[in-house]
Design a protein. Structure first.
Length: 81
C-alpha cells in the first residue's frame, strides 16, 4: 500500500497507474478535508465487488433460514416435476 498526495499523483499519474495495475499496489491519494481516494487495478476492484456480492447473498440466505426456523416458511407445490 502506497500513500501519496494529490499533487504528486497529478504529476506522475502514469507511474501510479502502473504501480496499481502491474504491481498490484493500492495507492491512497490524500486530499484536503479528508476527501481521500484510492487507485487500484480493475482486477482487484472486480474481486472486491464479487466479495461484496457474495457477502450480501450469504446474508440473504441467513435471513431466509432464520425466517424458516422461526416458523415463517410456506410450503408450495412444484410448478414443474
Amino acid at each position: 500500500m502506497v500513500a501519496t498526495n494529490y499533487k504528486d499523483v497529478r504529476n506522475n499519474l502514469k507511474d501510479y497507474c502502473d504501480l496499481a495495475s502491474e504491481a498490484g499496489e493500492t495507492v491512497i491519494v490524500t486530499r484536503k478535508a479528508n476527501k481521500n481516494v484510492v487507485i487500484l487495478s480493475l482486477e482487484r476492484f472486480n474481486l472486491m465487488e464479487k466479495a461484496i456480492r457474495n457477502s450480501q447473498y450469504l446474508a440473504k440466505l441467513d435471513r431466509a433460514f432464520d425466517q424458516l426456523y422461526a416458523g415463517k416458511g410456506h410450503e408450495h407445490d412444484l410448478i414443474e416435476e
